[in-house]
Design a protein around this ligand. Sequence first.
Ligand SMILES: Nc1ncnc2c1ncn2[C@@H]1O[C@H](COP(=O)(O)OP(=O)(O)OP(=O)(O)O)[C@@H](O)[C@H]1O
Length: 265
Amino acid sequence: MGHNEVLLSVNGVKATYNHAITALHGVTFTVARGEIVALLGANGAGKTTTLKAVSNLLPAERGLVTEGNILFQGLDVATAKPADLVRSGLVQVLEGRHCFRSLTVEENLVTGGLGRSGGRAEIAAALEKVYAHFPRLKEKRHALSGLTSGGEQQMTAIGRALMSRPRLLVLDEPSMGLAPIVVQDIFRTLRRLNREEGLSILVAEQNSTVALKYADRATILENGAAVLSGDAAELRNRDDVKAFYLGQSPRPAAPNTPILPAIAV
Ligand SMILES: Nc1ncnc2c1ncn2[C@@H]1O[C@H](COP(=O)(O)OP(=O)(O)OP(=O)(O)O)[C@@H](O)[C@H]1O
């Protein structure tokens, strides 16, 4: 598959919260059309902040990109409203599988399609497509989301994002709190969406083992900086990555100890 056309480029991004806390100090990576790119790193490394910067959601949290820029299909995301980014194909599934708990699964999905032009028939067709990828959601379509399992809620959140026809789907920690078998199921579906529909995917994960299994490329963040980027298969085989990110050795005790040598990316 040719991964040439750059869809998203994150260029030397620095970001702060409350004009005080520096959360990112140098994040650079790209997502090409048709790729799955994983953003890896420990708790607090800056994954969520990076994804929020990508969707221009930082201002809502008193956050600010102070240096660098982020281009989605050539558009500087800082100049666009989050809703306009969604319309242009950049759609994010936030951390924590946000569903409307008192709506049914199907009602949740439909809310994702409301911004689409085309009316009922188009929404019905989009729903069927989501159900084809997540048969479990079809079974549960009339259940209240709040009463479905964590995995089903994550699938609903992803399905709702798919309803708004993303070109780039951005996911924050989809594995969080889910059983390993459910996590594999979700990542397999994401890969199928990528391979069959050409959906490009940027996924932040603490679960490096799963992310590196399904991604084409990955970038590792430490303390707010990108320290390593490369082909997922190559990263999986590196001894330092294996030791510190693939669960084959305990993590260093001090949370701020750099665990990979700072490598220019
Ligand atoms: N709303 C906020 N206000 C102030 N500081 C924040 C805020 N959100 C995150 N931070 C700080 O920014 C840094 C990066 O956090 P971030 O949530 O981006 O990391 P993460 O890699 O996504 O971790 P996690 O897996 O916990 O989500 C941390 O030091 C965190 O304490």
